[in-house]
Write a protein that binds this ligand. Sequence first.
Ligand SMILES: Cc1cc2nc3c(=O)[nH]c(=O)nc-3n(C[C@H](O)[C@H](O)[C@H](O)COP(=O)(O)O)c2cc1C
Length: 200
Amino acid sequence: MKSEEFIKFSDPMKLFSSWISEAKEKEVNDYNACCLATCDAAGIPSARMVLIKTFDERGFVFYTNLHSRKAKEFERNVRVALCFHWKTIRKQIRIEGPLLELPKNEADKYFESRPRESKIGAWASKQSSHLPEGYQSLEKNIKFYENKFKNKTIPRPSFWSGRIVVPEKIEFWKDVKNRLHERVLFKTDNEKWLKEYLYP
Ligand SMILES: Cc1cc2nc3c(=O)[nH]c(=O)nc-3n(C[C@H](O)[C@H](O)[C@H](O)COP(=O)(O)O)c2cc1C
């Protein structure tokens, strides 16, 4: 009953590439969104959505504020998990592994490509901190940075950067009728990928 593609692919990054291309074509919004799970020092988990902006042989890249709750958690515990789910194509991908810092020059290059308003937003948002005067505090910060960077190039804030999720496990899940879903798990072993099938 195994799908052709589960049999055919021995490199999970290639299978990921194939599924994300399909999602890009068919998903209405944010085909590259996935849930990122982190754990605090006491082992208490938390999860939120992020966008995976690129992926390559190193892993999966997302960007965030390094003072945010997630960053405080992953700075202490670099082991994280990602979960993609695409409703339109009824597929899920789960990824687990440690985080690596994205080289600063790559983060600079990505930041440079963002619209000016998003750059100001990155400076103005103290992501995950309490807003003392409600939304006004954010508007005040936006005005402040618009003024500060008026007619100037906006540099990447040092507290905003990218991280790479280095996959040690990647599991692909595909909907099959009668809940007899297909699952294939890839695990790294001495830089090789081992493949196994799982019960639904
Ligand atoms: C579809 C979607 C994509 C998102 N992408 C990102 C992202 O790439 N980076 C980010 O920091 N927050 C992103 N967010 C916001 C986060 O889910 C979250 O609210 C924020 O990062 C604060 O999380 P934290 O308090 O756990 O650090 C996204 C939210 C949604 C719904």
